[in-house]
Design a protein around this ligand. Structure first.
Ligand SMILES: NC(=O)c1ccc[n+]([C@@H]2O[C@H](COP(=O)([O-])OP(=O)(O)OC[C@H]3O[C@@H](n4cnc5c(N)ncnc54)[C@H](O)[C@@H]3O)[C@@H](O)[C@H]2O)c1
Length: 266
């Protein structure tokens, strides 16, 4: 990461995946700007992270093209160059927050879920392309969840948002690869105890279930940060347009002995 410049979105508090990724990127010699929605800024924690990483925070709502443009202009000025890495670590569903089931979605809120959690990924790349803000062989990452492929009933409209996010990674990955050798991928992470994660109904149950299913157990936020840094490094330059499972083996496990044992006495 030495000499690499970038932007890290989504660090809300010390549990956030982006928080761990920022600490790791800093430790590995990367330089970056932190950003989050103006409302998240009021909670203040991100400023402590900025101090630890010797950087600044630039507020930006990831659904606003103007905010993204301003973010890139200020970040380029502060860092003194174009970006080698962008981390999109953003997710939010008003339907989940307000406990609406998949058969009772508020469609305005669903549109907000898609805009915040998926379309913002496209917006970040489209603005970067128009401003020519990425360096050649740069790496762009989003964070996904296996509900994009399989049904997790409580994940409701976020499942559709993640399917869209992964599709955008393929679509833009092709385009940015051709244009500038920039790679675009999503990391599909295990359930993780963060604000976004624990907001989902039944989280503790499917956290424990996934842990029992995975031969390596659930991947922690720290382990996810390691994978993020790996994907930002030059060692993964030919990986693009992929959804990469980072889940301790969960996605390829049909059943585990642990789960079987739980049903033994029934
Ligand atoms: N926690 C899990 O179980 C889990 C599993 C797989 C994938 N993910 C994904 O990881 C990513 C990071 O989430 P997390 O688990 O670290 O939780 P988190 O709550 O710490 O992070 C979510 C972030 O999104 C930001 N955000 C919301 N609306 C925004 C907007 N309009 N503009 C800019 N930022 C905005 C929030 O302020 C917050 O910092 C999300 O995409 C999430 O879906 C999480």
């Amino acid at each position: 990461m030495k000499g690499k410049l970038g932007i890290i979105t989504g660090a809300l508090d010390e549990n956030s995946i982006a928080w761990k990724a920022a600490l790791k990127a800093h430790e590995q010699g990367g330089r970056f700007v932190l950003t989050n929605a103006p409302i998240a800024m009021r909670m203040g924690a991100i400023k402590e992270l900025a101090e630890q990483c010797n950087t600044i925070v630039i507020p930006a709502d990831a659904t606003s093209l103007e905010d993204i443009e301003k973010l890139y202009i200020e970040a380029r000025e502060y860092l003194g160059g174009n970006f080698d890495f962008l981390l999109h670590s953003i997710g939010m569903s008003p339907n989940i927050r307000k406990g609406r089931s998949y058969g009772d979605l508020n469609y305005e809120w669903a549109a907000k879920s898609y805009d915040v959690s998926s379309v913002s990924f496209h917006k970040m790349m489209q603005v970067a392309e128009k401003m020519d803000a990425m360096n050649e062989w740069g790496s762009i990452l989003g964070l996904s969840y296996i509900a994009a492929q399989r049904v997790y009933p409580f994940y409701t409209d976020m499942a559709d948002a993640k399917a869209l996010l992964e599709s955008i990674a393929r679509g833009y990955g092709y385009r940015y690869g051709k244009l500038k050798k920039v790679r675009v991928n999503t990391i599909s992470q295990s359930p993780t105890k963060t604000t976004a994660g624990t907001g989902i109904g039944g989280f503790d149950t499917f956290y424990n279930f996934a842990d029992s299913m995975s031969p390596l157990g659930n991947a922690s936020a720290e382990a996810c940060a390691d994978y993020i840094i790996t994907m930002f490094s030059d060692l993964t330059r030919m990986v693009t347009m992929q959804n990469l499972f980072h889940d301790g083996g969960y996605s390829n496990t049909g059943i585990s002995e642990d789960i079987m044992n739980k049903f033994m006495d029934l």
